[in-house]
Design a protein around this ligand. Sequence first.
Ligand code: TXA
Ligand code: MG
Length: 531
Amino acid sequence: MSKIMKTLYLKEQDTNSIQTAAEILRNGGLVAIPTETVYGLAANALDGGAVKKIFLAKGRPQDNPLIVHVSSLEEITPLVESVDPRLYALAEKYWPGPLTVIMKKSALIPDEVSAGLDTVAIRMPSHEGARKIIAASGLPLAAPSANASGKPSPTRAAHVIEDLDGKIDAVVDGGECSVGVESTVVTLVTNPPTLLRPGGITPEQLEEVLGAIQISPAVFEKLRDNEKAESPGMKYKHYAPSAQVTIVKGSFEKYKKFVLAQKGPVCAVCFEGEGRNFEKYIEYGKENDDLSQAHHIFDALREVDAMGCDKAFVRCPTSSGVGLAVYNRLLRSAAFRVIDLDIGIPVIGLTGQTGAGKTTVAAMLREKGCYIVDTDILARRAVENPEVIDLLKKRFGDDIVNNGVLDRRELARRAFATEEGTAALSAITHPEITRLAVEEIHIAQKEGAKAAVIDAALLFDSPLHAICQKNISVIADEKIRLERIIARDGISESDAMLRINAQPPAEYYIKKADIIIDNNGEDLEEQIDFI
Ligand code: TXA
Ligand code: MG
């Protein structure tokens, strides 16, 4: 939808702004309102036509239902089939506040709000501005987060304007949202109740009132295409800046080494006091402080794009309290890419010149109880990831996918045609290759391997070398390599020479490695007895 109207900017404290907002809402218009969680894009919840405009302005999928906001308990009775007594118990403790409760809906709720479901989600916000606007309008207000669909939720009026200026009637500026992530969503329709989305109220707090609850699998896992979402909002890629986001678990020391080894303009999204270690960074709250991380996370994700970085590596949030909600949002913005650098076995990098015998060394290390991580195989698996395929399509053209299958030959032809294309291909695939490699290392650990060995021709071009305790280069004299390549691949001497000359000189491999294996013949066994 293009910019078609003038969006009125209202300040909550100004005289009449609450009344003006209420009047627009009563006339079927759209107003972005502040709440304690995130800004909401409100419309009269009882007017299907008004609610439809919300979907248009946000570009929101039609099957994703909206939350209805009220300012008092009495307003709820007509909206639901019957008021579940547990609602009063929850309201007593956590309302007004960042909690949304799902119950069976009444006929008053239009299909546009419930997206065809027979339930309705209800929340009573605590933000004074929100409460006043609801009360002044005299209406229940349907309001999703006031961002363009897919973007990080807005926690300031400026974020709303960034996404929706010219598409909505007004925005009421009520300052920065205090919580910073959306409300907890719990449904009372299932038995036991199910947590559909973690938020400002923790699972422990819910259990204090409701007894045992279950947590929807969609909170931590990617739903497969054919799976039905209990909470439709959880199935979409969400909260995402344009940059590729990766969550990194592990100590700050490990994170720092890993991020500094990345190529190109990357942004370190880290905790207070850590940023000065990096060229480009955004700090989001304090380490071990879930509330401050929640407060800053969406703003930080928006900043990543403003800084012009194409990759962001985010320190993993605190795992307790509201940290669960922050982690849940980050998982979606990272398309579930998490790299866990807390590794309990030694990790060794293995590279070398073509024909020097890297594969032979790998086989010998496997014999000794090491687990070999073959990055050639991972590079092929990386381009099977739908998010990676999307990015490749964007960069190299939609027609590299035919009938749903990636044409790897055509991709290679287009990418390797220019240096810039080659660089773009690795920029897109490396985060996924790295994630897969680290996943393999964790498998190696589980299987009781003595060490994990990352076998990579371009090890020193990859951030993976930074997570290895030791890096090995296998080298050999040119004459010997030439003979081996000709024998192995059955190619002419001049073709073999081309391959040799396409690689950096021996000094490159020697300078960057901790261990150099000189494989000109006999004593290979002795040279790998460090393991
Ligand atoms: O904090 C919040 O909840 C913010 C502020 C504005 O109140 N609102 C918000 O709305 O986050 P939205 O639309 O971005 O997210 C609503 C979530 C979605 O995941 C949606 O699928 C789910 O609630 N939801 C709404 N109605 C539902 C229903 N009847 N059954 C299951 N899930 C529902
Ligand atoms: Mg939302």
